[in-house]
Structures are given as C-alpha cells and as structure tokens.
Design a protein around this ligand. Structure first.
Ligand code: PPE
Length: 320
C-alpha cells in the first residue's frame, strides 16, 4: 500500500519535513532488525481527532523496547505530547500513527548496546488495511505453511521489527496463492494469529481466541474486542484452537489497528458459516466502531483527544 504523504515527521525530538526523515545505510536496525514499533490510529470524534488507546500503545512500545534492551531516551509523556504535536502540525483529522524505536548508526556487529537509540513518529492517512470490500463482505484467508515465531527463539509479546520477516513470508505466500490474508499456526500446530491481526472464532454463541502462549501478540484491539463482547453479555474464552475449529466455526474475524475488525468468510477454501459476516461479528464491530469515534460513553476513556490549539498556528502546538 503506497504511503499517502503528510507534511512533517517527528524524529529524535523535532519535527522535520517528511522527505528529510532519513537514516544512514549502516543503521543497526536496518541490518539486524533491532527496532520496535507501534501502530495506532486516530479517529474523528465529536471532541476532535482522538488517538485510540494511546497510553496502552505507548506502554507496549516501552515494554517491547525493554525486552530488546533498548532504553528509550524520552518519557512516555514526552512521546504522547510529541504525537499530539505531530497530528496537529500535519492538520490530520484521521490517521494511522507509527512510532518507531531503533538502534541507529555508529557500530556494526551483533552487540547493539553501543548504538544510539533513535525514535521517530510518523502519521499519515491510511484507509482500510484489507480493503473496503474485505471489511464489508469478509476476506478469504489461508493457513500459512510458515509457523508463527516461537517464544523460545524470539519474543512474540514484543512488537519488534525483526519479527515481521515471519509475517512477510506468510503474507507473500497467501497473496501469491490468491488469498487476502494468512493465518499462522504456532509451533505446536495451534492457531496463533494473522500476519498483522489477532484471530477470533465464534462457536455456538461463544467467542474463542488463542491465548498469548500461542505466540500471538497481546493486541490492543483484541483486548478492546474482548471487553466489548463481555459488555454485550457474550462469553469470551481464551484457549488453544485447532485449525479445523476455524473451519467449523460459525463466524471468524480478525482484529488489529490497521485492519480494525475484519470478517473472514473463507479459510483454505472452506466457507465459514454462511460465507458472509455473521451477527456477532457485526454487532461487536458496530460497538467497536462507535467506541473508536467517541460515540459510546462507556469507552470514552479509550480516547486520547488531540489538543488542536485555537488561534495558534498548528505547527507551534505545544504538549497537551
Ligand atoms: N498481531 C500482529 C503480528 C500484529 O502486527 C498486530 C498489529 C496485531 C496482532 C494486532 O495488534 P493491535 O493493533 O494492538 O490490536 N499490526 C500492526 C502493524 C501492521 C502493519 O502492516 O504494519 C497494526 O495493525 O498497526
């Protein structure tokens, strides 16, 4: 998906022009994948643009960085303020947000601790990750021949750059075979997650989703879906899922910041349920969408409203 350019990017403490946010080719992270990142979204709400679960995303960013021995040279509050400043300066109303923390230039070799830790935050408009039609009608997915990275080789709990080669292999395989998304199994053969989404199955009115021990990321949308479903009075069970349980489910859907909530209508050419978004997927998705746009007061504290300074040029926006 081609990036729709914005004006400015926050890089190591300052806003720079989009085209000037550059690194050296000997950047450590470029060679060895030594970086961690987040994917967030801001939505238009009655109070203005608001970042969905901003604090939780930043909290996960700090944890991911810590797990890979990268001290972030800013506080969480500084990165939060920087994100507000960035969105205001770019005059974005709805956007995807990509904070990135990586080992920079200066030392080569696998020992990373002497390399500087750089931080950037970019924001730009990003539409439906798996297509508008996919979101509406459901997508076709393929169980990947690639297993999800095991927790005794890497740390699937962290959102780290290097991990994504695993997702890339699965995504390319699925795409070349004519499917829109891959679903990966863990090293024991249980369902883990999509290339960039968590997985849910609806069976007999109950919602099942793999636990974190199945090498799945503790997705922030996943957590939100679990809470919304429980608030709707639905039972949500975290347990290992066999591949065929997906085929036999009444409904299957994926969740992620990029993807949001996407119904799956077919897996490995097996039709799921009626082959179209089912009632529970639709209802949970509807409440989730209301929450994202600040239209459900129960979830108001999930939104971090961007302060758009009145009367001041957007570029001089201070921290919220
Ligand atoms: N698993 C993986 C592997 C993953 O990358 C994501 C998000 C999730 C689950 C869902 O997590 P959450 O967004 O917190 O609910 N993937 C991000 C990166 C996608 C990309 O193409 O880049 C995202 O959706 O922003």
């Amino acid at each position: 998906m081609e990036v729709e350019q914005a004006d400015l990017i926050w890089h190591n403490g300052e806003l720079v022009a989009w085209e000037d946010a550059k690194v050296h080719v000997l950047t450590h992270g470029l060679h060895y994948g030594t970086g961690v990142f987040e994917g967030e979204r801001a939505y238009e709400t009655p109070k203005g643009p608001a970042i969905f679960r901003h604090r939780e995303h930043l909290d996960r960013l700090f944890k991911s960085a810590e797990l890979y021995y990268m001290p972030i040279p800013y506080t969480l509050e500084e990165l939060r303020a920087a994100t507000h400043e960035l969105i205001a300066a770019n005059e974005l109303r709805e956007c995807y947000i990509r904070p990135l923390v990586f080992r920079g230039y200066g030392h080569m070799g696998l020992y990373p601790l002497d390399s500087p830790v750089e931080v950037s935050i970019a924001a730009w408009p990003w539409g439906a990750y798996l297509g508008e039609e996919g979101k509406r009608e459901g997508i076709r997915a393929k169980v990947s021949s690639w297993r999800r990275i095991p927790h005794d080789a890497l740390i699937p709990h962290a959102k780290a750059c290097g991990h994504y080669l695993n997702s890339v292999l699965a995504k390319v395989e699925a795409s070349k075979a004519g499917y829109q998304e891959a679903i990966l199994l863990d090293s024991h053969g249980f369902v883990s997650e999509g290339s960039a989404e968590n997985v849910f199955a609806v069976c007999d009115g109950r919602i099942l989703t793999p636990p974190q021990t199945a090498s799945a990321l503790d997705g922030i949308v996943r957590r939100s879906i679990v809470q919304i479903a429980r608030d709707l009075g639905l039972e949500v069970i975290e347990r290992d899922l066999a591949r065929a349980e997906l085929y036999l489910a009444d409904e299957v859907f994926l969740s992620g910041t990029g993807a949001e909530l996407v119904p799956v209508r077919e897996i490995d050419d097996h039709r799921i349920g009626a082959g179209r978004p089912g009632p529970i997927t639709t209802e949970v998705g509807r409440v989730f969408d209301q929450a994202l746009h600040g239209r459900d007061s129960r979830y108001a504290d999930w939104l971090d409203v961007v302060e758009l300074p009145a009367g001041r040029p957007a570029r001089m926006a201070g921290p919220a």
